[in-house]
Design a protein around this ligand. Structure first.
Ligand SMILES: O=C(O)c1ccccc1NCC(=O)[C@H](O)[C@H](O)COP(=O)(O)O
Length: 229
C-alpha cells in the first residue's frame, strides 16, 4: 500500500513521515490553511530521503509556474487538484535531464452526502478522467464539501465509488489513491471498502492545521500497512 502524508508545512513533520515509512510527502501550494511557499519547500526537500516522493498539490496555478516550482522545490510529482491543466506538458517539461517524467496525480472529487445527481456526476467525471489520461496517471479520489476540494477531514461514500471503479476496466487499470477524511481509526475499513492502490491523509494525522500529531501519524501508517486484502 502506497502511503502519502499530505499538507506538510515544516521539515520536522515531513522527516517524521518519511522515517515512519511514508512513500510520499505532500506540500499544498493551493490556497489552504496549510499552504506553503516554494521557498519553504525548497528548504525542506534536500533533507528528505531520496526514495520518498515529494508531491506538490496545485489548483489554479498556471502550468508554467508549476513547472518552475517543480524545479525550484525539487518535487518528483504534481497533484493537479482541480483547475485546468495540461498534464502532459507539465510531466514532460518538469522532468530534469536524465530523470523520469514528473509523476502526475489527477484528482476526482466525490461530494460528501450528495444526492443521486451529484453521485452520477462524480462517477461520470471519474470515468472521463480515466479514459482521457495516460494509464500511468494516478487518480486520487477526494471528498468535496461545499466549495472545499481538499483537506476537508470528511469521508465520502467509499462503496459507491468502488462500484464505479469495478464497472470499468480502464479505470481499474489506473493506480487509485483514496483520500478524504481518512484517519488512524478508519483507514483499514476504507482500504477494505475501496481496494485502493494507495491512501492519502492530511487533517486526520494533525494536531492543528499544518502541524502533524506524531502518535496519529504512526498509527495511521501502521494501520494502513497492516491490511491484507
Ligand atoms: O490539505 C489541504 O488543505 C488542501 C487544500 C486544498 C486542496 C488540496 C488540499 N489537500 C490535498 C490532499 O491531498 C489532502 O491530503 C486530501 O485532500 C485529504 O485531506 P484530508 O481529508 O484532510 O485527509
Amino acid at each position: 500500500m502506497w502511503i502519502k502524508i499530505c499538507a506538510n508545512t515544516n521539515l520536522d513533520d515531513a522527516l517524521m513521515a518519511a522515517e515512519l515509512g511514508a512513500d510520499a510527502v505532500g506540500f499544498v501550494f493551493a490556497p489552504s490553511k496549510r499552504q506553503v511557499t516554494v521557498e519553504q519547500v525548497a528548504a525542506i526537500t534536500p533533507h528528505l530521503p531520496r526514495n520518498v516522493e515529494r508531491i506538490g498539490v496545485f489548483t489554479t496555478t498556471s502550468d508554467d509556474e508549476i513547472i518552475q516550482i517543480v524545479g525550484k522545490a525539487d518535487l518528483t510529482g504534481v497533484q493537479l487538484h482541480g483547475g485546468h491543466h495540461d498534464a502532459e506538458y507539465i510531466s514532460r517539461l518538469g522532468a530534469r535531464p536524465g530523470e523520469n517524467y514528473v509523476e502526475v496525480i489527477r484528482t476526482a472529487s466525490w461530494v460528501v452526502n450528495g444526492d443521486e445527481e451529484s453521485d452520477r456526476q462524480a462517477a461520470e467525471l471519474l470515468l472521463q478522467l480515466a479514459h482521457h489520461t495516460r494509464v500511468d496517471t494516478r487518480i486520487l479520489l477526494d471528498s468535496k464539501v461545499k466549495d472545499e476540494l481538499g483537506g476537508t477531514g470528511i469521508a465520502f461514500n467509499w462503496a459507491k465509488a468502488r462500484a464505479v471503479i469495478d464497472s470499468d476496466s480502464r479505470l481499474k487499470a489506473h493506480d487509485i489513491i483514496l483520500a478524504g477524511g481518512l484517519n488512524p481509526e478508519n483507514v483499514a475499513d476504507a482500504i477494505r471498502a475501496l481496494h485502493p492502490w494507495g491512501v492519502d491523509v492530511a487533517s486526520g494525522v494533525e494536531e492543528v492545521p499544518g502541524r502533524k500529531a506524531p502518535e496519529r501519524l504512526k498509527r495511521f501508517i501502521e494501520a494502513a500497512r497492516a491490511v491484507r486484502l
